[in-house]
Design a protein around this ligand. Structure first.
Ligand code: GH3
Ligand code: MG
Ligand code: MG
Ligand code: MG
Length: 293
C-alpha cells in the first residue's frame, strides 16, 4: 500500500521512508503541505498519510482540514506524527481531521502497529467503495454511480463547452437467451457484452449497467456523429463475436443502441437519458441490431 509522508525535516523523511519500506509500504514524500496537496490531487492518490504538525507554510492540522473538505470525498487515513505532545495537542489534531496521533520521538514498533490499523481501515473503505459503485456481475459502474457520472459529465460538458454523448445499449431478445441457454449462460453473455464494450471504448468513457440487460456509456468530448461510429463498431463486434459458453456452445448476440447528445445548459440526466432511450425504442421497432440517433 502507498503511504505519503509529509514532513519538512529531511532526516525524519528519510528515516520514515526506510522504516515504512521495511514494513512493505511504498513511500511517497512531500516536504510541505502544499506539495502534499499537489501529490494528492490526482484520481488515485495514496490513502494512508503520515503528517507532521509544524511545517513552514501550511501546518499539519490545516492540511488535515483541507483534505476533509475535498468535494470529491476521497478517503484519507491520517496519522499525525509530531514533536508536540499532551492531551491538548491530541484533541486539536483529531478535531482538525487526523485519525490518529503519535508524538516524536516514537517507538518504531508503535508506529508499525498504528500504520497496520490504519491500512486495515483504508482497505475496508476501498471494499465499501467498490461495493457501492460497481455492478457485482460485470464489474462496470452500477446504476447509482452512472447516475452520478451523468450529472458530473453534463456539468463538465457545459463548463468546458465540449460535446457529450450518451449511448443506451439493450441486448436483443435476451429473454430468449435465458430461456434457451439458462440463466447462468445469460450471465456469461452479460459479462461478455461488457468485455466487448470495454475493448471498444477509451479509458475516459464510462460504462454502466443501468438495468438487467441494459447498459449505458458516457462518451465525453464526443459528438453524436463520432459516437455513431463507435456505436456501430460495438454493434458489429457483438454481432460477430458470440459469447463462448464452452468448447461446444456459443451464444449469438445482437444489441440495439440509442444515442443522444447534450444539447444545451438545460440538459439533465433524465432529459438526456429519455432521448437516448427513445432512440433505442426506435431501433427496436425498426428490427433491432442497429444504432439510432
Ligand atoms: P428486447 O429485444 O425487446 O430487448 O427483448 P428482451 O427479451 O431482451 O427484453 P425483456 O426486457 O423482455 O427481457 C430482458 C430479460 O433480461 C429478462 C430477464 O430475465 C433478463 N435478465 C435481467 N437481468 C438479468 C441477469 O442479471 N442475468 C440474466 N441471466 N438475465 C437477466
Ligand atoms: Mg516539522
Ligand atoms: Mg433486451
Ligand atoms: Mg431491456
Amino acid at each position: 500500500m502507498d503511504i505519503l509522508i509529509v514532513d519538512d525535516d529531511p532526516i525524519t523523511r528519510l528515516a520514515l521512508c526506510a522504516a515504512v519500506e521495511e514494513w512493505s509500504f511504498v513511500p511517497l514524500v512531500a516536504g510541505n503541505a502544499e506539495d502534499a496537496l499537489r501529490l494528492l490531487s490526482g484520481d488515485t492518490p495514496p490513502h494512508l498519510l503520515i503528517i507532521d504538525w509544524s511545517m513552514p507554510g501550511m501546518s499539519g492540522p490545516e492540511l488535515c482540514k483541507k483534505l476533509r473538505e475535498r468535494p470529491d470525498g476521497q478517503f484519507f487515513y491520517i496519522l499525525m506524527l509530531t514533536g508536540k505532545d499532551g492531551n491538548d495537542a491530541v484533541v486539536e489534531a483529531m478535531e482538525s481531521g487526523a485519525d490518529d496521533f503519535l508524538s516524536k520521538p516514537f517507538d518504531p514498533r508503535i508506529l508499525k502497529v498504528r500504520l497496520g490499523a490504519g491500512s486495515r481501515i483504508v482497505r475496508l473503505e476501498q471494499t465499501l467503495n467498490q461495493l457501492a459503485s460497481r455492478d457485482a456481475l460485470t464489474q462496470c459502474w452500477n446504476r447509482r454511480m452512472i447516475d452520478e457520472l451523468m450529472s458530473s459529465s453534463i456539468a463538465e460538458s457545459n463548463r468546458k463547452g465540449t460535446p457529450l454523448t450518451l449511448m443506451v445499449i439493450d441486448i436483443d431478445h435476451f429473454k430468449n437467451v435465458n430461456d434457451t441457454y439458462g440463466h447462468a449462460s445469460g450471465d456469461i453473455a452479460l459479462k461478455h457484452t461488457v468485455d466487448i464494450l470495454n475493448q471498444n471504448l477509451r479509458e475516459y468513457d464510462q460504462v454502466g449497467r443501468y438495468g438487467g440487460e441494459e447498459f449505458v456509456v458516457l462518451l465525453p468530448s464526443t459528438d453524436k456523429s463520432s459516437a455513431w461510429g463507435i456505436a456501430e463498431r460495438i454493434r458489429s463486434s457483438i454481432q460477430y463475436s458470440p459469447a463462448i459458453i464452452s468448447d461446444a456452445e456459443t451464444i449469438p448476440l445482437t444489441v440495439s443502441i440509442g444515442l443522444a447528445e447534450v444539447r444545451n445548459g438545460n440538459e439533465t440526466p433524465l432529459s438526456l437519458f429519455e432521448r437516448a432511450d427513445k432512440a433505442l425504442y426506435t431501433a427496436k421497432q425498426k428490427g433491432r441490431n442497429r444504432v439510432i440517433f
